[in-house]
Design a protein. Structure first.
Length: 264
């Protein structure tokens, strides 16, 4: 016999939520009590009968959010020189990151909602660590966390779990390289790695400051991510190259695919 647990879910909007929702439906069928906290303005996060939903206000409208996401996605397909595209992508990442950071800030400093979460006595936090807001809450509530993700920009998941990932041997995203590279390909791989440090400071450094203020102690984003109990990775070695994994990393490839019957 087993009893269902009480799970706090802190999702990330967009496609991240769509695959997470599939998992939550399965957990609910097994008897777990699920509480999802989400902003009042979102793309896809909507109430269902499978979980309790707690919302909090944010300082932007649905139209402003839609425009920010639309502009960011358009930059990927626009033509121009490499430098022009980098500048546009930088601006898009900066604007989107500011919106997500604002959302996280309004969650953490919503005293009424945080008091409810403290009193609810959750068994675990289930979150997507591409944005560390859920892990900040897990630290505040002193409960274990389960991560559900494909990957984090700049390879932060590899740093946090201490998985070996030298640029001389492990291909970076968007390089189209394999784990067998000649010298020039290794140089290219290293060049793709360099902008990551610059971009990730923009995205994640504000969360380190926010977490330090909220938790009242100095923390970094890798410090937060290291506290995860289990990493559920939406990967496999069929579409990705084999690489070392830590014991608390579990591959769950396929949960981000729609369940549809195929025709003959």
């Amino acid at each position: 016999l087993a009893a269902g647990g009480k799970l706090l879910v802190v999702p990330v909007d967009g496609s991240h939520w769509l695959s997470m929702r599939e998992v939550l439906d399965g957990l609910r069928q097994k008897g777990h009590e699920i509480v999802v906290v989400a902003p009042e303005v979102s793309l896809y996060i909507k109430p269902t009968k499978n979980f309790v939903m707690k919302t909090y206000s944010v300082p932007f409208t649905k139209e402003e959010m839609d425009h920010t996401f639309w502009r960011t996605s358009q930059h990927v397909f626009e033509e121009g020189s490499f430098l022009e595209r980098i500048v546009k992508i930088y601006e898009g990442v900066k604007n989107t990151s500011a919106m997500f950071l604002s959302t996280c800030t309004h969650l953490l400093y919503n005293k009424e909602l945080v008091r409810y979460l403290e009193e609810s006595k959750f068994d675990a936090v289930f979150t997507d660590p591409i944005l560390p807001c859920g892990q900040i809450l897990a630290e505040h509530l002193s409960v274990p966390s389960v991560f559900f993700l494909q990957q984090i920009p700049c390879g932060l998941e590899l740093e946090a779990t201490q998985c070996p990932s030298p640029p001389s041997y492990v291909p970076r995203v968007f390089t189209d390289l394999t784990d067998h590279m000649n010298f020039l390909q290794r140089v290219k791989n290293l060049m793709f790695e360099l902008p990551n440090y610059f971009l990730c400071d923009i995205v994640f450094q504000p969360y380190a400051k926010l977490a330090s203020e909220f938790l009242q102690r100095d923390v970094t984003v890798p410090d937060l991510l290291r506290q995860a109990s289990i990493w559920l990775m939406k990967l496999d070695f069929v579409l990705h190259y084999p690489r070392p994994l830590m014991p608390n990393i579990i591959m769950v490839s396929g949960v981000n695919c729609a369940h549809k019957k195929l025709t003959q």
